[in-house]
Design a protein around this ligand. Sequence first.
Ligand code: FAD
Ligand code: SF4
Length: 473
Amino acid sequence: MGSMTGFLDTARMENPFREEAERLGDFEDLHLSQSGDVRWAQASRCMNCGVPFCQSDFGCPLHNLIPEWNDLLCRGQEEEALKRLLMTAPFPEFTGHVCPALCEKACNLADSGVTNRDNELYLIETGFARGWIRPRVPSARSGKRIAVVGSGPSGLAAADLLNRLGHETVVFEKADRPGGLLMYGIPNMKLPKETVLRRIRLMEAEGVRFRLNTEARPEELEDFDAVLLCGGSRKPRSLNLERMDAAGVVFAVDYLTAASKGLLAGRDPAVSAEGKRVVVVGGGDTGNDCVGTALRQGCLSVVQLEMMPAPPENRLPGNPWPEWPRILRTDYGQQEAIFRQGSDPRIYETTVSRIQTDDRGCVSALETVRLRRKTEGGFEPVPGSEQILPCDLLLIAAGFIGCEQSTLDAFSLRADARGRLMPEDGTHHLSGRFFSAGDMRTGQSLVVRSLADGRDAAREIDAWLKKAMEESE
Ligand SMILES: Cc1cc2nc3c(=O)[nH]c(=O)nc-3n(C[C@H](O)[C@H](O)[C@H](O)COP(=O)(O)OP(=O)(O)OC[C@H]3O[C@@H](n4cnc5c(N)ncnc54)[C@H](O)[C@@H]3O)c2cc1C
Ligand code: SF4
């Protein structure tokens, strides 16, 4: 504990957002970084608790050694602090940008928890800037070959650890760039794509090989001793409506992928919100990313529909600390919409009942209706609440219902009722040489949970290989 009274002397200070007027003009990082002095002072707020809830199951899924590296950071021992962070966190530059920071909400300082996410981002970026992050090539190889299918956070975390454990690791990725939703999904302003590519280059220098534009098929993987499926939970939930095939009706990840591809190629995206009246169906984080992206592309207006009621402003009695607070949040995209349009883009307890199209077959308006809960469960439309909402681009961000059928078919696998490849015994082992991890195993989740799950799967594969070797001796 670097300072006995740090949490009393210093107020919590997160990396500030850039002003809306400025950040809406580009796709650059939403936040400004702060100096080492600020981060040291923030680290001094950590109390090195006897029971550090930040590390518990309510907090960091990677069980990062948070009090230890905050202590080192606060004392100015940054390289040591980074080493301690990297013992459990494979890619702090990803979580430092996009993690909702479960550890901060679980922190014993409650509403003014230690700024662990910004501290970890500071440490890893300092490490890259000062040359402390260098390729770590394993000194010996096991002679075993592992195929990882999918290069999202779970696949990358597993490949990173399997390679460190000495196994020859090849990552198969069907997209043209690696990273999964880190590359094509999460927008550039939340996670700059160069940050993802920098890590991939480092992993390549450490010996991991990437085969891009390659949809993995079992017959190509026969030479591998183990296969880890990390294909994500990417099947989007659709709306049960006619005219879902109309021009201008686009699933959120397809839209966000087009936006990132356009930016990376320095050309207009294949789908753009420019000059359009945009409606986003889905009030969650993916919907918010669509709002932020549409505003940057120059949409005429943006509305976000959510069928659930607005969450409460404060924790309800059934949702106490250190649980994640299920309360109303106004995320960056919604803040930007308020700045640009003068009001919150979210309309709650409302859904689309019909898509109207023009004579070219393009979406032109939506018929919407308010919803109310039925006493026996579910929702019903409120009579007389129908409205017409002008719309040229309808973005569907209504969640995900499991892994893609093409991968299941190719590997002759069956998902459970929730679309997951989750072995019943709670492990990652499907059968034979096959394992699963990440969203494909758990359902759509968070980057940090996918990283933790990928690392758990890598350890399980390593133990399974060792056992097989012992048995064959
Ligand atoms: C728009 C959006 C924003 C998000 N924002 C956040 C956020 O801010 N913070 C956060 O913590 N979480 C966020 N999430 C959730 C997070 O991105 C996911 O939980 C995480 O990426 C899951 O990682 P994964 O490795 O399991 O799968 P994915 O990231 O989905 O990666 C799976 C990869 O497998 C590839 N693949 C699939 N099948 C095959 C095959 N047969 N052969 C080869 N390749 C294949 C896919 O192309 C893809 O690249 C967001 C999700 C979305 C959709
Ligand atoms: S709970 Fe908060 S104050 Fe306590 S050790 Fe963890 S980060 Fe530090």
